[in-house]
Design a protein around this ligand. Sequence first.
Ligand code: HEC
Ligand code: HEC
Length: 259
Amino acid sequence: MKQVFSIVAGACLCWLATPAHAQFPLSTVDQAAADRGAKLYSTNCARCHGDDARGTPNGPDMTRSEAVLHDRRESLHGKELGPLLYTLPGHSYHFSDAQLNDLSNFLDFQIGKVLRSGYNDQPQDLLSGNAKAGEAYFNGAGTCTQCHSPTGNLKGVASKYTVAALQQKWIFPGVGFGVKLRRQASVTTPGGQTYAGDVVRIDDFNVTVRGKDGVSRTFSRTPGTKVAVTDPFAGHNALLRKYTDADIHNVTAYLETLK
Ligand code: HEC
Ligand code: HEC
């Protein structure tokens, strides 16, 4: 039940992962909010981001947007989305907090659909990819070998999960069951004291970290307070926008060979 991380030259990441039972994360979607969000979304966003939020040539796939995923993972209910919607080029939406919460629930619901797609409906579709092409992608364009090796930390990974769970794990390793790694923050107070630990909560005004002693401390983000955050899933999240649907099928087919 222990995770071991060792960063050696070349940034090899090794761990002993806990076998997890295949199951999907419990949905935290508020369905009434998601329904209201769907209306806002279809009027304002769908023409560019697609009816199902999976993107069009005019706008990226929302279900693979780092900002949207982060909003979901930290249960921010639109707090991360809000500022983006008036600062992104071409976006000048000023939604109320309630509307942002609705939009966020709608996007969360859509992500859930993507995670589950093919699971209940057509499980066989998940293995329709080409394992050889997936292997090439893993070793090449996918840059997976920066952090993984099929004989190292991904040895036997296919035996740990069902196909659907395996696919979810490699696309969204930071979401759902069995996730042990947390974002880390190091806070240096104006007095020069440093506190480091798991991020419990962070926004523009405050940051709460839980140290090794298990104690959570909250700091105001005054100008003299330095906060450095590291996200163990940043590498994965950055890849999300690169995958094509074909890459996803191929990589899943390849990983499934790592029994
Ligand atoms: C006219 C087309 C258009 C409309 C309408 C539109 N967007 Fe976008 N959106 C884009 C484009 C293009 C980008 C990529 C912008 C960039 O990367 O600079 C984008 C980026 C985003 C991102 C950041 C994605 C990322 O890379 O993480 C979010 C979030 C987003 N849009 C949400 C929305 C929401 C929510 C709505 C509706 C309220 C909306 N957009 C309406 C075209 C549009
Ligand atoms: C920048 C480093 C990095 C890159 C690049 C990267 N990963 Fe990961 N990957 C991680 C980390 C960190 C985890 C989480 C490990 C944990 O939770 O113990 C992870 C988890 C996984 C898991 C789940 C393993 C398990 O035992 O549960 C799979 C499968 C996976 N990644 C596949 C891939 C694939 C395929 C690619 C390339 C498309 C890739 N990763 C790219 C760092 C990376």
